[in-house]
Ligand binder design. Structure first.
Ligand SMILES: [Mn+2]
Length: 326
């Protein structure tokens, strides 16, 4: 065996399996997350990235992401897997149907024993070697405690004792998970998920996981899933208005948006993301704002570069076409 071959094999052995699930509306955001992951990896830390996607994530989008991976890593790989959902009829209330796709990983990646699952509304500021080396033991999951708003007087939360779990600070966030796929298969946990998917939970996948994995969760450091700048994984959790790609300027947690935009800036779809950002702000938050108010609003965009960019490229010449196009 040659040295190169040995090195390659060694590389393969140490690769970390990471999964993202997304539809055509979030493929660029997934790209930003993936870029940040690769940008912050070191020689010892490489990834097999698995993307569970709907068919509407077209080949041309997939090719852009493949190129992004090839450009930013010699060893890491990206694989697309089409979702065949058991949960088509699940009522996810106001959440995207995509939230339950993480519950299909055990089936769509049948050869893997363990995987790091991440939402696409994250950026990585460091590698995942340490996270991946955490021993999940006999638990189904490793995850961080969630401080989500407590649903008011919810029948299902009462029925499944989620209030108690939440009050005891044992209720976890489903945005970053180390999943013990082997154990999930062995114990046929998916039968429970299927049963639970009949109900409309306030936090669909998250409630289902907290119920089914109760007492078999390893609690890990919040640096793997938080809104702190020092986190390994910054998670922009919450509703659509709280995402950095849509964010409304009066939001309190605005200060970490620049981290997301810094990574976005290094991807090939930066300009498209900027356009969408402006569209969102105008169409959904400020429908009657005229051009000069948009220009005025640009003064409050915290990133100097972003501010400059929007002013120079869009506000003066093209903003009207953004306002009236979609
Ligand atoms: Mn999320």
């Amino acid at each position: 065996m040659t040295v190169t071959m040995a090195k390659k094999m060694e590389g393969n052995n140490s690769k970390i399996n990471v999964a993202f699930c997304f539809d055509e509306n979030l493929w660029m955001q997934a790209g930003v997350a993936i870029y940040s992951l690769l940008h912050n990896s070191n020689d010892k830390c490489n990834y097999n990235i698995y993307c569970l996607v709907t068919e509407r994530v077209l080949n041309e989008f997939r090719d852009v992401l493949k190129e992004l991976v090839n450009k930013n890593s010699q060893i890491s790989t990206i694989t697309f897997i089409n979702i065949t959902s058991d949960f088509d009829n699940v009522n996810t209330t106001s959440w995207s149907k995509g939230v339950v796709y993480r519950l299909l990983l055990y089936k769509l990646l049948p050869d893997l024993e363990k995987i790091v699952y991440c939402d696409v509304d994250v950026v990585f500021t460091s590698d995942l070697c340490e996270l991946n080396s955490i021993d999940v033991g006999n638990n189904y999951l490793a995850a961080t405690i969630d401080y989500c708003p407590i649903p008011y007087n919810n029948e299902l939360w009462r029925k499944y004792n989620l209030y108690e779990l939440r009050n005891q600070k044992r209720y976890v966030n489903s945005g970053v998970l180390v999943m013990n796929l082997k154990k999930i298969r062995e114990d046929e946990l998916y039968k429970k998920w299927f049963e639970l998917s009949k109900y409309s939970f306030p936090y669909p996948d998250q409630d289902m996981l907290n119920i089914s994995c109760r007492d078999k969760i390893k609690y890990i450091d919040e640096k793997y899933n938080s809104t702190e700048k020092e986190s390994v994984i910054i998670h922009y959790a919450g509703g659509e208005n709280g995402k950095p790609w849509n964010r409304y300027i009066s939001d309190a947690t605005l200060d970490l948006d620049y981290v997301w935009w810094q990574y976005a800036n290094a991807t090939p779809f930066y300009i498209t993301l900027l356009k969408k950002y402006i569209e969102y702000r105008i169409n959904y938050r400020t429908p009657r704002f005229s051009k000069w108010i948009v220009l005025l609003m640009c003064c409050f965009i915290p990133s100097k570069n972003r501010r400059k960019y929007i002013r120079s490229k869009y506000a003066y010449e093209k903003i009207d076409s953004f306002i009236f196009k979609s």
